[in-house]
Design a protein around this ligand. Structure first.
Ligand SMILES: Cc1cc2nc3c(=O)[nH]c(=O)nc-3n(C[C@H](O)[C@H](O)[C@H](O)COP(=O)(O)OP(=O)(O)OC[C@H]3O[C@@H](n4cnc5c(N)ncnc54)[C@H](O)[C@@H]3O)c2cc1C
Length: 386
């Protein structure tokens, strides 16, 4: 059993770490506070090839192994979780096009998505349906060589920059509903497609999250993902496995940043004539944080490693669930260790504390992850062994 990164992964991580330290950490606090668009960081993502991490090399992508994929999100989230969101849904949507798209769709989209000349995202959630995706109301009705799409999507990350935007729709009304669900690769310049507003958020700044209205948008049938109807739920669910590994890795990055800040602060802050790190109450918090974070990291790398061999529904759910709960605890504890300063916008833990909850909600809430884990164990589809 090998718990070490290989040489290539270690080198890749150092490149990422250097990039984050130089180009993200110095600007994160100011840009997140002022809402400035992180243009230069996105340019650096392009230069580093990070828009192509899930895209095959033949289309110009890096086609990273899954542990390196997780390292991208962990390292960027150590600097600023919000900008990791620029790559999050882009990577999983690009993977979905590479995995399920027709040859024509792959060659039309993947080279631009790999270089970052165009970006993408994924539109599943609606005002009336998030967890219950089979309850979506966006309809796509066939009209000759087009689908006419009407509906509203909400909480769509990267919506202002997605081209195409993969949208989950109902092409037929069936029972069960998933049999009539499909993914359309919607061109944002189509008439009737509007990004209607940016949603105000607690954290996760640096990436826009929007409501999208589709009002009788005509989508050519050639933009139906894989040119197959009725497979949309399976297509997005398999992409969400990758999404859960990305969220788990981001949670590890946020937790590590919280721990680093808390450790440094506890060594420097004096109370009663000594560093607060000398107090056992602080030591216990640091020990719990460190142990939690290392367990979350191992679970994340484990799920990532296994995902190379196929479906990892249970493993990805475990990693996402555990790591995001760790992030909630670690950011809270880091704030407590900082005392009043932890509540100040001048210290990083305040932002980490606001960024952490998204990871317990996005790519399926943690209660849903627990249900996925329990169901697969009870049905025997997964067992708890090594
Ligand atoms: C910042 C941000 C970015 C996002 N980005 C995207 C994006 O890019 N694309 C996209 O499509 N979506 C995106 N989302 C949406 C996100 O995936 C959903 O918010 C999430 O899946 C939960 O759906 P919901 O908000 O509709 O909550 P609901 O489904 O209404 O859930 C509400 C509560 O009920 C619980 N619940 C629901 N069903 C069950 C059940 N069967 N059993 C037990 N409990 C249940 C949930 O766990 C939760 O606690 C984003 C959300 C946020 C906050």
């Amino acid at each position: 059993m090998d718990f070490e990164l290989n040489d290539e992964q270690r080198m890749f991580r150092s490149t990422l770490r250097e990039f984050v330290a130089k180009d993200i950490v110095p600007v994160a606090a100011e840009w997140e506070r002022t809402g400035r668009h992180p243009t230069e960081i996105i340019d650096r993502f392009r230069e580093l090839g990070l828009f192509g991490i899930t895209i095959p090399e033949e289309y110009g992508g890096l086609d990273l192994d899954r542990v390196s994929f997780a390292l991208v999100f962990e390292e960027i989230a150590r600097g600023w979780m919000g900008v990791a969101g620029v790559l999050g849904s882009h990577s999983l949507a690009a993977w979905m096009i590479a995995r399920y798209g027709t040859a024509e769709q792959r060659s039309r989209h993947l080279p631009d998505l790999a270089s970052g000349a165009r970006r993408t995202g994924i539109a599943l959630t609606e005002p009336g349906a998030g967890t219950d995706l089979q309850g979506i109301e966006t309809r796509a009705v066939r009209d000759g060589g087009h689908y006419v799409v009407t509906g509203t999507k909400t909480w769509i990350t990267n919506a202002r920059h997605a081209d195409p935007l993969p949208v989950l729709v109902k092409t037929e009304l069936t029972t069960p509903a998933h049999k009539g669900m499909s993914v359309l690769l919607v061109d944002p310049s189509s008439r009737g497609f509007t990004v209607s507003r940016d949603l105000p958020k607690l954290g996760y700044k640096g990436t826009e999250t929007c409501e999208v209205v589709l009002d009788e948008v005509r989508v050519p049938t050639g933009d139906l993902l894989g040119e197959v109807t009725g497979r949309g739920m399976q297509q997005v669910l398999s992409a969400l496995e990758l999404g859960r590994i990305n969220i788990a890795a981001r949670a590890v990055g946020v937790s590590q940043c919280a721990y680093d800040a808390a450790l440094n602060y506890s060594r420097e802050r004096q109370a009663f004539g000594k560093p607060i790190a000398d107090f056992q109450a602080i030591q216990l918090k640091l020990a719990d944080m460190a142990t939690d974070i290392q367990a979350a990291r191992l679970l994340t790398y484990w799920a990532a490693t296994r995902s190379a061999a196929g479906a990892v529904n249970t493993e990805a759910a475990m990693a996402k669930y555990f790591a995001s709960e760790v992030a909630l605890r670690a950011t809270m504890e880091a704030m407590r260790i900082h005392g009043g300063y932890g509540y100040s916008q001048e210290f990083v833990v305040e932002r980490l504390y606001r960024d952490a909850p998204l990871m317990a909600i996005g790519e399926g809430t943690n209660d849903v992850q627990r249900m996925v884990i329990a169901r697969s164990l009870i049905s025997g589809a997964a067992t708890l062994d090594w």
